[in-house]
Design a protein around this ligand. Sequence first.
Ligand code: FAD
Length: 378
Amino acid sequence: MFLSERHEAFRKEVREFAEHELPNLRIQEKEEENVFPKAAVELLIRQGLTGVPFPEKYGGAGKDTLSYCITVEEISRVWGSLGLTLAAHISLGSYPIYHFGTEEQKQKYLAPLARGEVLGSFGLTEPGAGSDASATKTVAEPGDGHYVLSGSKNFITTANYADTFVVTAVTDRTKGAKGISAFIVERNFPGFSIGKKEDKLGLRASDTATLVFDNCQVPEENLLGQEGQGFKIFMVTLDGGRISIGAMALGIAQASLDECLEYVRTHKLQDEQWVQEKIADMTARIQAARHLVYHSAWKKDAGEPFGKESAIAKYFASETATGSASSAISIMGLDGISKRYPAERFFRDAKLTEIGEGTSQIQKIVIARNLFKERGLL
Ligand SMILES: Cc1cc2nc3c(=O)[nH]c(=O)nc-3n(C[C@H](O)[C@H](O)[C@H](O)COP(=O)(O)OP(=O)(O)OC[C@H]3O[C@@H](n4cnc5c(N)ncnc54)[C@H](O)[C@@H]3O)c2cc1C
């Protein structure tokens, strides 16, 4: 894939940072113990990576979506949980404020997020509203100068460590998806608390927990966009977020291939034809995934519609990550499933990329619907 010198130089910079700084932080231990990588997040902040795609006037680095993809890919290549923490902070916790927020909301919330002074999180999923987010049950009743939120959100990334949350709630039950609104909630708002922490298969060091709203008072100026715009806000947010989950999956897929190549070298498996066949398959799929992910980022940067492309990229890259991690284990045999090597971690982490921000089945629906619209069938 052709990248400009500027992008290549940026990749080199992020790769050097990830390869030199992160392995010192006892990745395997943190993953086993389900411990949030606070020290690693501090390093991301110091490296200026918490606001890569946002303008400098909002505390960001003023780079494009492709640079942001490269960042998430390279971080995830070394540590998937940190890649997810960064992607959720930027694409889910910050981007909706950048895209839909008022100037005041951007100054108050986006700038500290982009500078890394606080972390962001996004609450959409509920126990009965995962793939079908329009089934949201959390309600927001208008009060005197504020809304009162009641309900809960589950499986929310960085819930225990974020200060700023973008969440959805129903403001008009009679209007279906058009009755959903989005709000910016601060950690210390009365009636807001964090519930159960999840113990997950993979990406274990990333924090995942429930958000609880018990008559939580949210000032009316914290409505994001207009009342009833919440469904649109999360659809636009997820279109962009899928590019970053694609980039994250790409990083995990590449890590599996790199691990395999090192194993082939140390175990002298180069002449085994079945190994060559598996490595060739991984290489081809990873290369295709990289083109798809970068292409969706390029389309977003060019201001073109990119919803179909980001769904294709996320679908293909996440399934490539799972396939590559599985092939790595096949090549490595018992070493592949042993905790002495990271291949088993890549396998567990990869599977989650097929689920977060919409499962592969949901991506296929998004792809088909976009295509039908393009061809006038819908
Ligand atoms: C690592 C990780 C981090 C996450 N972080 C966040 C976060 O920060 N914020 C947030 O709001 N959410 C988050 N989520 C939740 C995620 O968005 C949901 O898990 C996802 O949308 C799927 O919802 P569900 O798990 O409830 O599955 P369900 O909707 O219950 O689906 C179950 C199965 O049914 C299939 N299915 C459902 N509907 C259809 C259909 N119409 N056609 C075909 N198949 C269908 C699905 O593909 C799936 O296989 C995270 C998830 C993961 C894995």
